[in-house]
Design a protein around this ligand. Structure first.
Ligand code: FPP
Length: 234
């Protein structure tokens, strides 16, 4: 049994391109370095017994980046999945992709689906990777599906509760994150887990994502343990 003070941490992995700029490297190579940082953290999170880790890899707004960058990122996701899946499985990681998969290139979408299916019985860390994810899109899609269920008689409108609505989100039955970490220093949520993070503690660090270490993560968890969460009460 883990002695951690929380079950679920969400992360906005920001600052990859600034990391590369600082080193006068090609900007996009920062994303590759970001993968190394993610890999370190996934191993660490599993080792310390964290139950859920949810990372923002591609937002529904990231399509506005250059074609070259979008292609680079998708190729990276595909290569990482191919190269790392076996090790993730050995570490009993259960992998899930959160987001609107309808506009993800078919081959990549299929490999996401296969990896989710192949890892669904794993009992270690639950790793959620948000790709083509945006909270407003997620809530809008949930509202549409609820409306269809009401229109077709499967549901009565007055049966819609917060808990029921939550099950229509991409996160389904995954518990809400107790803490949201953002690297790279920006002070915003960027359309990430807006519903789920309603009461999450925010931890924003100027450290750029490729430089974020397991020790930095432990420090954030340590700070979380000392926060006084009141959920709107006195
Ligand atoms: C934000 O940094 C980061 C992204 C848009 C991509 C995040 C992706 C990874 C870390 C790779 C993850 C890989 C897998 C397999 C899930 P930015 O480009 O906005 O950096 P900047 O703020 O310095 O411009």
């Amino acid at each position: 049994m883990s002695t951690l003070p929380l079950r679920h941490v969400a992360i906005i992995m920001d600052g990859n391109r600034r990391w590369a700029d600082q080193r006068k490297l090609p900007r996009l190579s920062g994303h590759k370095e970001g993968v190394k940082s993610l890999k370190r953290l996934v191993q660490h999170a599993g080792a310390i017994g964290l139950e859920y880790l949810t990372v923002y890899a591609f937002s529904s707004e990231n399509w506005q980046r250059s074609k070259e960058e979008v292609r680079y990122l998708f190729e990276l996701f595909s290569n990482v999945l191919r190269d790392e899946f076996d090790e993730l499985a050995e570490n009993r990681v259960r992998l899930r992709f959160l987001g609107d998969m309808s506009t993800i290139p078919t081959r990549l979408r299929k490999s996401f689906e296969r990896s989710m299916d192949d890892s669904k019985n794993n009992t270690g860390l639950n790793l959620q990777v948000a790709i083509n994810y945006g909270s407003r899109l997620e809530i809008t899609q949930a509202a549409k599906r609820l409306a269809v269920d009401v229109a077709e008689g499967r549901l009565n409108a007055n049966e819609i509760t917060e808990d029921l609505l939550a099950t229509y989100l991409f996160t389904g039955d995954i518990p809400d994150p107790e803490m949201m970490i953002r690297t790279g220093g920006e002070m915003r949520l960027s359309n990430y887990l807006l519903w789920q993070a309603a009461y999450s503690e925010l931890y924003i660090t100027p450290i750029l994502w490729p430089d974020f270490t397991p020790e930095n993560f432990d420090k954030a968890v340590e700070e979380y343990a000392h926060r006084n969460r009141r959920f709107g009460a006195d």
